[in-house]
Design a protein around this ligand. Sequence first.
Ligand code: GDP
Length: 196
Amino acid sequence: MKVTNPKLIISAVAKKQYPEGNLPEIAFVGRSNVGKSSLINTLLARNGLAHTSGQPGKTQTLNFYNIDEKVFFVDVPGYGYAKVSKAQREQFGAMVEEYLSSRDQLKGVVSLMDARHEPSEDDKLMYHWLEYYQVPILVVATKADKVAAGRFNAVESRIKKSLNFDKDTSELILFSATKKFGSEEVWQWLEKKADV
Ligand code: GDP
């Protein structure tokens, strides 16, 4: 899909602020600094539309981007971000959980993990949680330019093994925002899931 007019519609802190209507939604989740803004900006061919999440003092919000009136990208702020209070984290966690488990418009979740490392405990929890709710999952292994191309198969196997990967619900793509590879495959996956 060639994107011409992506717009941030709302940074929601509560369910009643979610956009109305029936456009399909694709959510993006991952720990802070994994490369989520870079992935979203690469997909949209825009610099700086999605901002780095998890800056100190910044409110955590679900950011809904309307992509050419066809699909919403929902940027779910990074988990594992330590500098918010426990109460804030719990409140935000409850909203994310509620969104991911019960939003009818949600057609798939892109779950980002760093290609250089084993999936973290939080990555595994998120993956299994999404699996439980039977949401189609695309695992995107980010910063893959930092891995030698000859090791791609090994990286893929390691992540899949660590997640106990379910190939019926999930796919995996290696991605680099720096070297610009993988975005075509991510688009194909989400066009299929969102039916656009
Ligand atoms: P977010 O917090 O998940 O939104 O992460 P960002 O997209 O802001 O990226 C966090 C850091 O990782 C930044 O310093 C980026 O420049 C870097 N980064 C993001 N994507 C890539 C990538 O594909 N390759 C490399 N080498 N660095 C990346």
